[in-house]
Ligand binder design. Structure first.
Ligand SMILES: NC(=O)c1ccc[n+]([C@@H]2O[C@H](COP(=O)([O-])OP(=O)(O)OC[C@H]3O[C@@H](n4cnc5c(N)ncnc54)[C@H](O)[C@@H]3O)[C@@H](O)[C@H]2O)c1
Length: 283
């Protein structure tokens, strides 16, 4: 930068996005489901809540764990933001209805909604019990529909939602109930986008790759971490902030013409090792 660089850039075009920047959510309200800070590794929901608060939104945190909810509230409030915690079990429709309506009553409406809750269902599909199978579908798929169904009543033109899927939805790995739940979630996301488009509400999904965070830390050894990282094109692990940044982009007007999409944030995804082109050994 030289002395002659102007302090303020005047954009010679009329689109508001051309001159827009942080804070992206001044005066707005965010609903973050699974926004509790569940452990020292942090979580995707926490990171999304943090970015929303730092960008001027008042944040409603919905989470089953009051201690995790409290940690997020304390972090946001200590930094000068506005946040409130509402207990919920997302697998129970009545609980979602009451938590969402309590949050809407407190803040009036939702401009951005993120739901990061998922997990379970990692038994091979023919070993899984009926309960395990149904629990995985409920947590990863049906529960997100509960959240969407209740939250959209408090959303209006310009608002947006983000869901959180997994690379397991796409990979041809073992048949796990978790993968089926996440695949269904991606379809749910595009269906919600089509259903809400006429009202000017956008819905997108972030498909999470091999990141290190609370979710992975609950069931992963150091050896597994190294193997996962080596299998990724960029040969590194991602973290919660890589996911939250993409989700935040999709939530704000930066992505105002994007809806119904699933974006993979996964370091390039599965890395195919070069073993030579087929036929290259032929004389
Ligand atoms: N880390 C990875 O490697 C990875 C990979 C792919 C996908 N994901 C996805 O990322 C998401 C996990 O993100 P995270 O890091 O924020 O996890 P996290 O464990 O930190 O957060 C989940 C939060 O949800 C809350 N919660 C769990 N079940 C609930 C329920 N029934 N009702 C209400 N609250 C509940 C927990 O209390 C916790 O605070 C999941 O959707 C998971 O499928 C993670």
């Amino acid at each position: 930068m030289t002395d002659s660089t102007p302090e303020v850039w005047t954009v010679p075009v009329s689109d508001p996005l051309a001159s827009a920047g942080e804070p992206w959510l001044s005066g707005k309200v965010a609903l973050v489901v699974g926004g509790g800070l569940s452990g020292p590794e942090g979580g995707i929901g926490f990171a999304i809540a943090w970015l929303c608060a730092r960008n001027g939104a008042a944040v409603a945190i919905l989470d089953r764990d009051p201690a995790a909810g409290r940690r997020t509230l304390d972090a946001i409030r200590e930094a000068g933001g506005v946040a409130e915690y509402f207990p919920v079990d997302v697998t129970d429709d009545a609980s979602v209805a009451s938590a969402v309506s309590a949050a809407a009553e407190r803040f009036g409406r939702f401009d951005v909604v993120a739901d990061s809750i998922g997990g379970g269902g990692v038994q091979p599909m023919f070993d899984a019990t009926l309960d395990q199978f149904e629990d995985a579908m409920r947590l990863n798929f049906t529960a997100v529909w509960y959240v969407m169904r209740h939250a959209q009543r408090h959303m209006d033109r310009g608002a947006s939602m983000v869901t959180i899927s997994s690379a397991a939805a796409e990979g041809r790995g073992p048949g796990l109930p978790y993968s089926f739940g996440k695949a269904a979630l991606e379809k749910l996301t595009s269906g919600a986008a089509a259903s809400l488009a006429a009202r000017g509400i956008r819905v997108n999904c972030v498909r999470v790759g091999m990141i290190w965070g609370a979710f992975a830390a609950r069931g992963m050894s150091e050896e597994q971490r190294v193997m996962r990282a080596n299998n990724v094109m960029l040969q590194t692990e991602g973290n919660n902030w890589d996911i939250a940044r993409a989700a935040f982009f999709l939530l704000t007007d930066q992505a105002r013409w994007i809806t119904g999409q699933t974006i993979a944030v996964d370091g390039g995804g599965f890395r195919l090792t070069n073993t030579g082109a087929a036929g290259s050994n032929l004389k």
